[in-house]
Design a binder for this molecule. Structure first.
Ligand code: ZN
Length: 464
């Protein structure tokens, strides 16, 4: 009998494995993912792997099948059960295991699910994920006699999170777990923190009955904004479905975006590591990079994608990195992975010591932003169009025009602010964004984007 297995072509993606349950992702796939990933771990010399799962209805079955696959290649599997993605990363690092696998659909709709993986201290992505597909298609799996144990890591993890709370003044905090996988951890965590804590939707429920667990969408923050006002709270903190992304709301009910949070954290991190490199993605505000420089740090703009940021962070020995999406990574006092619960503890410390969150936010100059505008462009055209536009704006730069950064797409800085066009790595879309100091400036930047798209034969989205 051959164990060869083929996945649905859409499932193996740039940063994770993701599919629709029963349609593009099944328990047979999960078993093959366990076998294929496990084979790579074993061939790299690994022996022990941690596995956990989120609160989706399909997660326990996928986990059980993946455990079978991991054991079939000879690994010892440490099962931690239901919890947030960062608890799985924590387990792998804290127990010095060789790899980790998390079953999670993150912020996607309830009928989705997927896998996030790590080997050693590094994220597992790109060609490594495709390698699982190749091993499975060839049936080229390792074999061996595996074993398993089930552990309860929850209190160890919560103690580690709470250990870095460094506040001096008690706070009134509202938390929105969005029925995501962090619910139980959050209940235990707030018992260890001083102050008053109000929890919204802390019950883990994979049908997400209240709102979708994605704090980058403003309508998903309406409940917490309302509750912060009602409780006269100092701040609100929200998580995505597996709590590797954070969202925040200040005491005035304003959303504090991922890049603004990184700017706020930079204050503490650069005090502890003067002159350190702090990394953010190409979608982040110029005000963040300026603030890092103002605080004496070295700002570094890098490619969008949490695995890419994590890898760059390790390479540059950076203590802090983050992106607009709310993936924020602390290597200062912590492990350098994206843990929204840990980020929350650090934010509480900052607000407690420095005053109101609104004041910390308002240290950044006010700018006008477009949202991240995504529009469909064929898979064949998306990268080519960006290359054409890049060549055009570089020629203009050479002629003494705007300043161009091409680390990921094209980001063009002018006297008005900046605009960005990049191709998504995971979808057939282009992403556009602009940020300016004035409404007129924003119109000029949007016109530059539209003009460049038109020259490449692409119609700009109507709402732009
Ligand atoms: Zn997530």
């Amino acid at each position: 009998m051959t164990l060869a297995h083929n996945f649905h072509p859409t499932v193996l993606r740039e940063y994770d494995i993701r599919g629709i349950i029963g349609k593009t992702l099944t328990t047979d796939d999960a078993r093959a993912i366990g076998r294929g990933f496990g084979t790579m771990v074993v061939r790299g010399g690994g022996k022990k792997v941690a596995i956990g799962y989120d609160g989706r209805l399909s997660s326990p079955d996928l986990e059980a099948a993946a455990v079978e696959g991991l054991k079939s290649v000879g690994l010892h599997v440490v099962r931690i059960g239901l919890g947030p993605t960062p608890m799985l990363y924590f387990t792998a690092r804290h127990l010095k295991l060789d790899a980790g696998m998390m079953i999670t659909g993150s912020h996607n709709p309830p009928d989705y699910n997927g896998f996030k993986m790590m080997i050693g201290k590094a994220p597992f992505f790109g060609s490594q994920i495709l390698e699982i597909g190749k091993i499975a298609a060839a049936g080229d799996f390792a074999t061996g006699e595996g074993s398993e144990e089930t552990i309860d890591i929850q209190d160890t993890y919560v103690d580690r999170l709470a250990a870095d709370y460094d506040g001096t003044r008690d706070l009134n905090v509202v938390w929105d777990n969005g029925n995501g996988a962090a619910g139980e951890i959050l209940r235990r965590l707030v018992k260890k923190l001083p102050g008053k804590h109000t929890l919204l939707f802390d019950d883990i429920d994979g049908t997400f009955p209240n709102h979708h667990p994605d704090p980058t969408i403003p309508e998903n923050l309406e409940d917490i904004i309302h509750k912060v006002a009602e409780e006269k709270a100092d701040l609100g903190i929200a998580f995505d479905g597996d709590a590797d992304r954070i969202g925040a709301v200040d005491e005035k009910g304003r959303i504090v975006w991922g890049d603004q949070l990184v700017a706020i954290y930079s204050k503490d991190v650069l005090a502890a590591h003067p002159g350190a490199t702090i990394i953010a993605d190409v979608k982040a505000s110029q005000t963040l990079f300026d603030q890092i420089a103002k605080l004496g740090g070295k700002p570094l703009m890098w490619k969008t994608g949490h695995s890419l940021l994590k890898a760059k962070m390790a390479e540059t020995n950076s203590p802090l990195a983050g992106e607009m999406s709310g993936h924020i990574f602390f290597a200062d006092k912590y492990y350098g992975f994206d843990d929204a619960l840990y980020c929350a503890v650090r934010l509480l410390g900052l607000v407690s010591r420095h005053g109101e969150l609104s004041a910390l936010r308002d240290e950044l100059p006010d700018v006008l932003n477009t949202p991240e505008v995504r529009f469909q462009v064929s898979e064949e055209r998306k990268f080519a169009a960006v290359e054409e536009i890049k060549a055009r704006v570089k020629a203009e730069e050479a002629a003494g025009g705007a300043e161009v950064n091409d680390i990921d797409g094209v980001r063009v800085k002018t006297a008005d602010g900046w605009w960005l066009l990049r191709a998504s790595n995971t979808q057939d879309v282009l992403v556009a964004r602009a940020e300016a100091f004035s409404p007129e400036g924003l119109e000029r930047l949007k016109d530059a984007i539209k003009d460049n798209l038109a020259k490449s034969g692409i119609a700009a989205p109507a709402d732009f």
